[in-house]
Every structure is written in structure tokens, then in C-alpha cells.
Design a protein around this ligand. Structure first.
Ligand SMILES: [Zn+2]
Length: 390
């Protein structure tokens, strides 16, 4: 077994519960620890027993680092489990990832019925262990250096570069090549890397039957179509963090006239998360945006249409509104994925965070990608439970 081993614990060949193990000689590192939703909407977590069964560690106590790339739940939702069983691990993330994750996992839940004070205390204890890292910062352990780069995608998101015994390994996390309403584009390391662990949710586009345009654009068109019928909407989000992106896109659409300009209401939880993000990225709210109070549900019919952004967890009852499932992804498609790989210049790519159930042509896609890259880079679509060595 080589000095560098990569082992997907969760979310390699499926979307959700992203969680990967990286062994660099004596260093045992967990990259992300997210949750997923199964077909029935039940939350599941990565199976840390699979790591023990792999023989790569004897005990979770040997894990020294947990690195969280960004605040989306499929990357951070299982933090409590992993922080609990990896009791010797330092936990690293940016300050904004910490603040949004804390709110999603802990702050919001404290106000809810059925969550014990004990559980809240446990989360406080976990988040007290978090060590903040910043872009371009390098942590130097002598034979291991760890550097963080802006990933785009979502405020606070980072890529992580490991340099160990002359080998360079980049974990992309979720990234974006293009600027979006909230974050700039990713910044890749100057020098080529030996191994790129690539989160690539939509690399199969346009080769499988799925939308090739930005899903947020589609959602904006749907929202405008409903407003044109004089109806109000309740845009229901699966997670708080994405509501901020939706709000920014709505604002942009209304400013440029693509979407009818109507008042935008935010649920209490959404407003609080917007405030957390504003602390880092500057003002987001404007005079057209309001807190949804208890009168809103009754005032909908016959009045001027509005858009409400709320979350599934808050379960707001809005009988006069059209309910829109406002979940979306903002990931790059095939051509941009190839561009990103070209920028990073890796010798080897292990693709994770892709859905193997939706497409049967991954061997074909591997060869196509290698041919399109044309520079000798080898591509592997990772399978959970397999070991990948460098
Ligand atoms: Zn993400």
C-alpha cells in the first residue's frame, strides 16, 4: 500500500453524505462529513464502520483532522457523528462555513420543540473545537503542508491542497468556475497536482437526460410564470444556506426586469441566515425584502402577489400561495469540468460526488474525458469502499 491512499466513505458514486478518507503516511484525514436524503426523504449518514473495515485505521481515534469544505448539508450535516467518534481530530473550516453550519445544525434547532438542551450543548461543544482557516493560509506540519483556496460555489467554500513528501493532492470540494451572485470563481493552485479529488455532480451533463442549463435559471422562469398569473409563491428550500442564493438570484432577476418586481418575504430562519452571510460578504437585504410575519398567511388571496422564501423545516402554512419546491444545484457541466481539470493540471483524477444510478456509461465517459484532455491525465470514477493509491 502506497503512502497516499484515498478511500471514499460516503458520497462517491452517489449524491449526498459526502465523506472521504485521505491517508498521507501517518496523517489520517477526513474530508467532509455530510448527510444525504434517501428516496423517502429520510436523512442518512456516511458509514464510518466502512473505514474501520478497510483496515486503513484501527480506530477512529487515529483521525487527526476533519476538514469541512463548505456549509451545505451534504458536506457538513454529519459533523456531530464524526466529531464525536474522532475525538482526537482537529476540525478545520472557514469562519463563514462555521457560522452557517452552526446555524443549520445547532442554532436553529435550539428553538425547536423536541431538541434537548443536552443536544444543543453537544453542538456547542463541537463548534468550540472548530479551528478557523483562511484562503491562501498554509498550515505547516513539517513533512505535510495544507493550503486552502477559494472554491467559489458558496461563500466560505474552500479547496484544500495537501503537499506531502513531494506529492500534491487537491480536494476540490464543490467548486464553480463562474462567479455567481454570492461568490467569485474558484482559484486553483499555481503548480500542477499529482492527484485531484474532484467533486463533480454534473460531469455527466449533457450525456444523460438532464437539464443542461443552470437550474437556478429554470427556477427563475418558473417563479416568474407563476407571478404572471397573479398568484403568490412560497418557495420552500431544503436547507437554509441555499435560500441566500435564491434570494440573490431573485433580486438580480427583479432588478434586470426578468422577473416581475414584487415584495419578497423571508421566513425568520432564512432572514437569520442571510444576516450571518451579510456579516462576511456585505449587504444583501434591500427595501423590497421583509420578514414574513403572522399576517402574511392570511393576506395572500386577492392582494398584490409576493414571493416568500421559507424552509421545509419551518413548515410554514401558506394556504393561498403556490408552493414551489425551490431546490436546485449550481454545479458545472461536462465542458466546464474538463476546463477545470485542465486548469488544475493533475496527473490523476478521482471523480467523486456523482450519481452512478442515473447513467450507465462511466467507462465510456472516462475514456472520452481522457481523450478530450489529451495530456495523459487518468480519470477514475470512484466507487465507495474502493481504495485509490498514489
Ligand atoms: Zn455545495
Amino acid at each position: 500500500m502506497g503512502d497516499v491512499v484515498f478511500f471514499p466513505i460516503g458520497g462517491a458514486d452517489s449524491i449526498g453524505a459526502s465523506c472521504y478518507f485521505l491517508k498521507l503516511g501517518p496523517y489520517n484525514i477526513i474530508l467532509d462529513c455530510g448527510t444525504g436524503l434517501d428516496g423517502e426523504g429520510r436523512v442518512y449518514e456516511p458509514d464510518c464502520m466502512s473505514l474501520l473495515r478497510s483496515g486503513l485505521v484501527d480506530s477512529m481515534d487515529q483521525i487527526g483532522m476533519i476538514i469541512v469544505s463548505h456549509a451545505h448539508l451534504d458536506h457538513v450535516g454529519a459533523l456531530a457523528t464524526f466529531a464525536g467518534c474522532c475525538s482526537n481530530a482537529n476540525i478545520y473550516m472557514t469562519q463563514l462555513t462555521r457560522n452557517v453550519s452552526h446555524y443549520q445544525l445547532c442554532g436553529r434547532r435550539m428553538g425547536e420543540k423536541g431538541v434537548s438542551g443536552e443536544e444543543s450543548l453537544m453542538y456547542e461543544h463541537i463548534f468550540d473545537r472548530v479551528l478557523f482557516v483562511g484562503y491562501s493560509q498554509t498550515m505547516d506540519y513539517g513533512d505535510l503542508k495544507v493550503t486552502f483556496y477559494p472554491a467559489g460555489h458558496f461563500p466560505g467554500a474552500m479547496m484544500t491542497l495537501f503537499e506531502y513528501e513531494g506529492k500534491r493532492i487537491l480536494y476540490s470540494g464543490d467548486y464553480s468556475l463562474n462567479e455567481n451572485a454570492l461568490s467569485g470563481r474558484c482559484v486553483v493552485p499555481d503548480a500542477p497536482v499529482d492527484l485531484l479529488v474532484l467533486c463533480s455532480i454534473n460531469a455527466v451533463r449533457p450525456y444523460k437526460n438532464c437539464r443542461t442549463t443552470n437550474q437556478l435559471d429554470d427556477l427563475m422562469s418558473e417563479i416568474n410564470g407563476i407571478l404572471e398569473t397573479e398568484a403568490s409563491l412560497n418557495c420552500v428550500m431544503k436547507q437554509f444556506s441555499k435560500s441566500v442564493e435564491l434570494l440573490m438570484a431573485l433580486n438580480e432577476g427583479m432588478t434586470c426586469g426578468r422577473i416581475r418586481n414584487v415584495p419578497v418575504y423571508l421566513s425568520k430562519g432564512v432572514l437569520e441566515v442571510v444576516n450571518i452571510v451579510e456579516e462576511q460578504v456585505g449587504p444583501i437585504l434591500n427595501a423590497n425584502m421583509h420578514l414574513a410575519d403572522s399576517h402574511l398567511a392570511r393576506s395572500a388571496r386577492g392582494s398584490e402577489p409576493f414571493v416568500l422564501i421559507s424552509t421545509e423545516r419551518e413548515g410554514m402554512d401558506m394556504p393561498h400561495c403556490v408552493k414551489v419546491d425551490a431546490d436546485f444545484t449550481l454545479h458545472d457541466g461536462y465542458l466546464q469540468t474538463v476546463d477545470f481539470i485542465r486548469d488544475v493540471r493533475p496527473g490523476k483524477v478521482v471523480v467523486v460526488h456523482y450519481d452512478s444510478s442515473c447513467f450507465s456509461g462511466f467507462q465510456w465517459l472516462k475514456r472520452k474525458m481522457e481523450t478530450d484532455l489529451g495530456n495523459g491525465t487518468s480519470i477514475d470514477f470512484a466507487i465507495r469502499g474502493n481504495k485509490y493509491c498514489l
